[in-house]
Write a protein that binds this ligand. Structure first.
Ligand code: DHB
Length: 311
């Protein structure tokens, strides 16, 4: 069995979409819910609906993708309304609501306050790592602001939530973010968002391939797997055991999924490969991962989760 336990619920399998892919509209969200994915997450919502950055703003390339979407979304009320209705109609199929901010600190707080005051009681993924808003830094690269923000939110917020993190590249930074996060009753962290502000160049035109920010954008896909695995592993080793990990980044095959689980992930999100392959990716990944478990003689994910070998 591929059953995955995450924050008190058992899912048929650990696979979800990564926020931003196939999750903008109710139609897309319902299709995810009806797919072979174990669960799903909504597009990161801002207080007001947004058109996002000018196109082209997402491009698939051989080894992954580059994007600078700029938080296009239908607004917090839209996703909150969907979440409340979905929770009432399908109480046995939990999902995750992603919440971001366009303006910065105060909007994060206001968005969480609105959810606190709503009837939605399910999981929220607070996105501290959008790299694509011109002039706005990624919140989770500022450890003091992240500490201040979580302190302010935990002063009033009583429902379960976790945070979506950007990739870190220095051992000191793993130590620092873990020390901040361990002060709070977070239910999960999701590692990683895209590797921010990469640059891809078209070899025919000698130009960048996306329009916003002079071509700089978040990198996903095969490029990011080693970074993602390192972040899942490093955070798993440092965080309170009560904080679960969602592994995201470079999951194209059952083997990639297996490696994220070895590093300690409980759930797994698929972004670039879902965009490239469509919803059928979830059936393929579940088959490939199940075949690996069978070949290795494991009856369940619990038998190897977090058990990465070292030399
Ligand atoms: C966008 C990109 C992200 O990586 C993210 O976490 C949130 C939003 C975007 O550009 O829309």
């Amino acid at each position: 069995t591929l059953q995955a336990t995450f924050y008190g619920h058992t899912y048929d399998n650990p696979f979800m979409n990564a926020s931003g892919v196939h999750c903008m509209t109710m139609t897309e969200l319902d299709a995810l819910a009806d797919s072979a994915a174990g669960s799903f997450v909504t597009k990161s919502a801002t207080a007001e609906a947004r058109e996002g950055n000018p196109e082209p703003r997402y491009v698939n390339v051989d080894l992954g993708s580059i994007n600078s979407m700029g938080l296009p979304n239908l607004g917090l009320d839209y996703y909150l309304d969907y979440a409340i209705k979905r929770q009432a109609s399908h109480p046995d199929q939990p999902f995750v609501m992603s919440v971001a901010s366009y303006q910065g600190f105060d909007e994060y707080v206001a968005n969480m306050r609105k959810i606190q005051e709503s009837d939605y009681t399910g999981l929220v993924e607070l996105n501290l790592s959008c790299p694509n808003v011109p002039g706005k830094p990624q919140m989770a690269y500022d450890f003091e602001d992240t500490d201040r923000l979580l302190t302010e939110i935990f002063a009033f917020y009583t429902k379960p939530f976790g945070v979506k993190l950007p990739p870190y590249f220095d051992i000191m930074h793993f130590d620092k973010i873990a020390a901040v996060l361990n002060q709070f009753d977070l239910k999960f962290v999701n590692c990683i968002n895209s590797i921010g502000n990469g640059l891809y160049i078209d070899e025919v035109t000698d130009t960048v391939v996306i329009k916003p920010k002079g071509g700089f954008g978040g990198i996903g896909g095969e490029y990011v797997k080693p970074t993602a695995l390192a972040n899942v592993r490093a955070l798993k080793q440092r965080l309170n055991p009560s904080i679960e990990i969602i592994g995201t980044g470079g999951i194209l095959t059952g083997r990639d999924a297996y490696e994220h689980l070895l590093c300690g992930a409980s759930m797994l999100q698929v972004g670039t490969q879902l965009e490239k392959e469509g919803l059928g990716v979830f059936e393929r990944l579940t088959k490939e991962l199940l075949a690996i478990l069978e070949a290795k003689g494991y009856a369940s994910i619990a038998e190897f989760k977090g058990m990465l070998g070292t030399l």
